[in-house]
Design a protein around this ligand. Structure first.
Ligand code: SF4
Length: 339
């Protein structure tokens, strides 16, 4: 185990940072994780050469390495990091620098992801690293999402170690792993390796993501994702410009997962006063989800002052209730969070 900094934020409402990690797991783990695997659920060992191969995501003959993971399409000089802070150019390839680097680990109720209609009452071992490919001024988890390797404490875990932890927590109704807290898909290779191993162990995979990923890696990962909560942060190109992304790739991600029979999908929108709380905006967002499937649950989450909007006011409760009413005209399940 190693750490690289000590400025953990322990005040985040949803992330248990490294400083809390051992406390969280010690409280619920009855035996050492290395002894936890059962005959039916023993993970296979993960070969180091295999892991090294999987860190490569793209190569280019020029002096620039091109990342093909998300629509930002970063072209990087050797040693340069991408916009997500989690990937770096090394020897002509863009590799996942945050592979296996864990900043947050906690056993959460599945409803906290949030997933309202997937194994209610169960728990899920929630894991996060650092980095994100969007730059929301209202980020509710900025200390890890906006961090690079030097900004936040982390420890290394292999996929096998993570599976052993999850298996050890079965007595607490732990159904599997949730990839969450920061943007998990900027660490695509770790999520993929863990997700494959989880299925071999009979565990479920839950993805909590901003959905800003290219189609090809999404299609590779989707067969291993059993449930996903995807952020739909707003419903205009203008709003997605404010958060450093584009809406079309996120819509494509939601559409693809909604059409994937093996994946349960729910959606979250953080309602930020003065930014995306216009009721016409909410109406259009909910109508678009309904055209995919009116059974998809929508979580409207209340904004609290954070990050670059630390001096803003929380979203008024009346705004949340009005948004719920508008969205409920299209969708069967509209839930309010952080109320
Ligand atoms: S995943 Fe990171 S490095 Fe790759 S294109 Fe997106 S922001 Fe750039």
């Amino acid at each position: 185990m190693k750490t690289n900094a000590t400025n953990a934020d322990t005040s985040k409402p949803h992330a248990v940072t490294f400083a809390h990690m051992s406390d969280t797991l010690d409280a619920v783990t009855m035996s050492d994780s290395s002894d936890a695997a059962t005959a039916s659920g023993t993970p296979r060992a993960f070969a180091s050469s295999e892991a090294a191969d999987l860190k490569k995501t793209a190569s280019a003959p020029s002096s620039l390495a091109h990342c093909t993971l998300c629509p930002h399409a970063c072209a990087l000089h050797d040693g340069q990091h991408g916009r997500c802070h989690a990937r770096v150019a090394r020897g002509g390839n863009v590799v996942s620098e945050n592979y296996g680097r864990i900043t947050s680990l906690a056993l959460d109720p599945i409803e906290k992801k949030p997933l309202a209609r997937y194994f209610p009452g169960s728990t899920v071992l929630s894991v996060g690293s650092y980095g994100c490919n969007l730059s929301c001024p209202f980020c509710q988890n900025a200390r890890i999402a906006c961090a690079s390797e030097l900004d936040v404490p982390w420890r290394e875990m292999t996929p096998t170690e993570l599976m052993n932890k999850a298996l050890d927590l079965a007595q607490y109704d732990c159904i599997g792993i949730a990839y969450t807290y920061n943007e998990p898909l900027v660490g695509f290779e770790f999520v993929r390796d863990c997700a494959q191993l989880a299925h071999e162990c009979g565990l479920k995979n839950v993805l909590v993501s901003n959905g800003f990923i290219n189609a090809e890696p999404l299609q590779k990962l989707a067969p291993f994702i059993d449930a996903a909560n995807i952020d739909l942060k707003g419903f205009s190109s203008h709003f997605y410009h404010l958060v450093g992304g584009e809406i079309a790739p996120v819509q494509r991600t939601i559409e693809f997962l909604a059409q994937t029979a093996t994946c349960h999908v729910e959606i979250t929108t953080l309602v930020v006063p003065g930014m995306n709380d216009d009721l016409q905006h909410i109406d259009q967002l909910a109508a678009w989800i309904a055209h995919l499937n009116p059974e998809i649950p929508l979580h409207l989450s209340r904004f609290f002052p954070q990050h670059h909007m630390a001096k803003a006011q929380p979203t008024p409760r009346a705004t949340m209730l009005a948004a719920q009413e508008v969205a409920s005209a299209h969708l069967h399940t509209v839930l309010l969070g952080n109320m």
